[in-house]
Design a protein. Sequence first.
Length: 175
Amino acid sequence: MPPFHQNSRTRNRHFNLRLIRLLFVLLVRCAAGRSGKNCLYFYPKAYIDEAQKRGIADRAETMKKGKRFMLLFCVVMLAALIAMLSLWNRAADFKTAYGQAAAILIAANWFDGIVVDRLWVGHGKIWVIEGMEGVPYVKPWRDVLIKRALATALYLMVALAVAGAAVGIGKIIAQ
């Protein structure tokens, strides 16, 4: 057996994580279009306030746009996760579905904080907004780590609902 041999279950888990991360990035990239200004709602509150002072954006409209995007984003991501668990992975029992849902949600959470927030936003030219030079827009590591740790606890609870839905859909389809 080769030293890096993986069984099909491990390959499937890695594929699931890659698929969710790809969907995540595609949704954010589509929302951003050609400018981070289209996703201003992702930026720190102080940055949004400064953008309003400089006449670049309206805070209320930015937050409304953010709520619309986040609703669509959450529906698409959760539907994809539930479909993945029930149709592709065929998680037949709650414990298995919960473990998979929790692992994927937590991995996506940390991917968002480290790869998206710190690396992509911190180093990608698309996220630099003209007229906002000199205003820091990348969240400090401390904030990212605290937010992601708290979100991990939240996602452990969300995984309960996702697992229940995945098992329920799996049973309906199996009939």
